[in-house]
Write a protein that binds this ligand. Structure first.
Ligand SMILES: *[C@@H]1O[C@H](CO)[C@@H](O)[C@H](O)[C@H]1NC(C)=O
Length: 414
């Protein structure tokens, strides 16, 4: 008995030890909650400064939040470019799980703009970080007009950006949401929003990172004697005798020479013509099934000589920076709780402890702010409900639309 008890408690102790070890083993490469001192960890880029289109960040919890003391960084000027980055100890995700996670809130009812972050490799001049600096991975929501409302997940390799082929819709309301991208060493991935899995699969099938494994043989040619006519004219069908003698038109049998027709003056009377009901068009032999039909010719599928399998398509050997680089028509996007680590459980816990803990209070604060705004608008309409106001807002909208179009163009270059 005594032996048994001690062995079972040993097992229990082992389980506890394993659980502790698995939590302790999470490697956190970067975690930013935007508490005091955040400005020492981040470098604001000079990108677009000389054109006066570089926007500034506001360290705030925004107009509504679950905790006014829990701040992030928010874009604060309309029609501006934003570029900011932070460095972390160089990391290779080869043979490891990579987790990228952050929260984002679009307070401005975003109609066109990004809410994504980038991981960059190697060494960059952070003061020059911007839209044209190559990145390794880009991840997060992107909204533009009615057509673009999706989560980007882009792997960049050898100067080419590979977008996810599956559609992953993003959140479009004005509340905080957590976006998580998990890339595993078996080349499988998951995309989560608010700790719920929205998409999962394989890097091989959901991106075109590698060239296709099999292709149609480009050198194959249809053999000369390949008969791909399914029907042929019946060689035994013969044109009936006299077929070509049938006239196309005949004199109208119904017509009669008018009574007052004067052959002296009007010339010889001829009946008007009409289509001949007997005439069936030029003769054609009837069609029969071709006994030599071989089916449609198809090039044989062969192994693609340009395909080189790469079990490490997910891996980047020197990840080193987190960057946010955006163009915003309307500002108000707030980032917080940025995490890069190797443990999905750790990320889940962080999301629960931040977004999860505050989301109900944030929703209540938003509803209150929304109600206040609506009351104010109703009051304004009562006091000066004139056409003038409407015209103004229409002009504003059309300006936004044209900017939105421009933004779409930039998006296509991703
Ligand atoms: C920063 O955000 C707060 C809260 O939304 C706002 O009151 C303040 O005006 C903002 N400051 C700037 C410079 O945009």
């Amino acid at each position: 008995m005594a032996i048994r008890r001690s062995s079972s408690s040993l097992v229990a102790a082992l389980i506890v030890a394993l659980a502790v070890a698995s939590i302790a083993s999470a490697e956190v490469l970067f975690e930013e909650r935007f508490g005091d001192g955040w400005e020492n960890r981040w470098v604001k880029s000079d990108w677009k400064k000389d054109e006066n289109t570089a926007g500034d960040w506001n360290h705030t919890s925004g107009k509504w939040s679950g905790d006014p003391e829990d701040k992030g960084i928010q874009t604060s000027e309309d029609f501006r470019f934003y570029a900011i980055s932070a460095e972390f100890p160089e990391f290779s995700n080869k043979d490891k799980t990579l987790v990228i996670q952050f929260s984002v809130k679009h307070e401005q009812k975003l109609d066109c703009g990004g809410g994504y972050i980038k991981l960059l490799s190697g060494e960059i001049d952070q003061k020059k970080f911007g839209g044209d600096i190559p990145y390794s991975i880009m991840f997060g929501p992107d909204i533009c007009g009615y057509t673009t409302k999706k989560v980007h997940a882009i792997f960049s390799r050898d100067g080419k950006n590979h977008l996810i082929k599956k559609d992953v819709p993003c959140e479009t309301d004005q509340l905080t949401h957590v976006y998580t991208f998990i890339v595993r060493p078996d080349c499988r991935y998951s995309i989560l929003i608010d700790n719920k899995e929205k998409q999962t699969g394989s890097l091989y099938s959901d991106w075109d990172i590698l060239p296709p494994k099999k292709i149609k043989d480009p050198d194959a040619k249809k053999p000369e004697d390949w008969d791909d006519k399914e029907y042929i004219p019946d060689p035994n069908d013969k044109k009936p005798e006299g077929y070509d003698d049938i006239p196309i038109e005949i004199p109208d049998p119904e017509s009669q020479k008018p009574d007052d027709w004067d052959e002296q003056e009007d010339g010889e009377w001829t009946a008007p013509t009409m289509p001949n009901p007997e005439y069936k068009g030029p003769w054609e032999p009837k069609k029969i099934k071709n006994p030599n039909y071989k089916g449609k010719w198809k090039a044989p599928i062969i192994d693609n000589p340009n395909f080189k399998d790469d079990p490490y398509i997910y891996a980047y050997s020197n990840l080193r920076y987190v960057g946010i680089e955006l163009w915003q028509v309307k500002s108000g996007t707030l980032f917080d709780n940025i995490l890069v680590c190797d443990d999905p459980e750790y990320a889940k816990k962080l999301a629960d402890e931040t977004w999860g803990k505050l989301k109900d209070a944030e929703k209540a604060a938003f509803d209150e702010a929304d109600k206040k705004k609506q009351d104010e608008e109703a009051n304004n309409e009562e006091s000066d409900g004139e056409d003038e106001n409407e015209d103004e807002s229409e002009d504003g909208d059309s300006k936004l639309d044209s900017e939105a179009e421009e933004e779409k163009d930039t998006h296509d270059e991703l």
